[in-house]
Design a protein around this ligand. Sequence first.
Ligand SMILES: *Cc1c(COP(=O)(O)O)cnc(C)c1O
Length: 394
Amino acid sequence: MSKRLVWIPEEIEKLKSEGFYNKIRTLSSPQGAWLVVDGKRVLNFCSNNYLGLANHPKLVSAAKKAIDDFGVGPGAVRSIAGTMDLHLELEKRLATFKGVEACISFQSGFMANLATIPCLVGKGDAIISDELNHASIIDGSRLSGATILRYNHTDAKHLESQIKTNQDKFRRMLVITDGVFSMDGDMAPLDNIYEITNKYDVMLMVDDAHGEGVVGKGGRGIVDHFNLHGKVDVEVGTMSKAFGVMGGMVAGKSIIIEWLRQRGRPFLFSSAATPADVAACLAAVDVLEQSTELVDKLWQNGNYFKSEMKKLGFDTGLSQTPITPVMLGDAILAREFSRELYEEGVFAMALGFPTVPLGKARIRVMISATHSKEDLDLSLQAFAKVGKKLGVIA
Ligand SMILES: *Cc1c(COP(=O)(O)O)cnc(C)c1O
């Protein structure tokens, strides 16, 4: 290896010795309740496919039809080559679904954050960010050049003191929080946060990636859940999780959406989502608008799984959503637990430091509407067996 590249294998060795090396499993089946993982058929508790839409027949046929009608690629960025009516239709439908004035779609949720945050704040401004916000919020914030201040996780009082002590040092302020936090399945106290941002007249943005299609009436998101329609300035979401496809969105006041169309760099300098993706997202909106059945089933499954796990003696942490952390504490124990579960035919991720705080390692169980009661019972049996074997429960 050339001398200028030897640092890379050295860094990779370091990752391995510290236990941070990512070994990525190979899937050879569509996303669903069951998966073929590294050649073995297992129950799936790892994906964000909350509603089973990733392999839903309506979405699949909509995507195929869009390929026949519009081809496979968008050709260029929307502001240069022109935007397909399909993309505009999706944005209109999303705005109606979410009960906002307007919506703009992006290639992913990550892109939505990279586009939005630098449009709202820059040098001389401050972002006040929940300490556990998602990586894409952190990256979007850095990209903006604004000063980044943190507040303690979901702590509205600390947020208020951060605003109060810093407000006159900056031109503008933007408060950003995840809606649903994916590591604990807990939710931002958006009602309290809104009261504070409104009191001090600072901008409020929520990234509802794990809440979109999950919380609120029929999956309309966290703003709907707290009945804050028209109050939260910017709602970022993703169509890559519960929507089952790929894409990001920003919903809110039309003046903000218009500003993003003029100034959002991933909108202006990266090509649009493909016709197949957009058509599948439109079909996802159809499914969600037609019935709350899938969202209801997701919550039923989550509540059942959590209450049975508690009966077994497991600690499911702070979860307020179908995301269920199984708190184990020690990272080595969590990895061992995940390996044993896999042997029992259950695919669930172990999360340790630095993804979660030191001493707070866990198995994260991603419940989906596609799981049957039998699936959940099978997994509960596996958890009980492994939990006893490893001395986590009596
Ligand atoms: C997953 C996630 C994203 C990224 O969404 P993609 O559509 O997968 O790019 C952004 N923000 C939060 C909070 C997320 O959980």
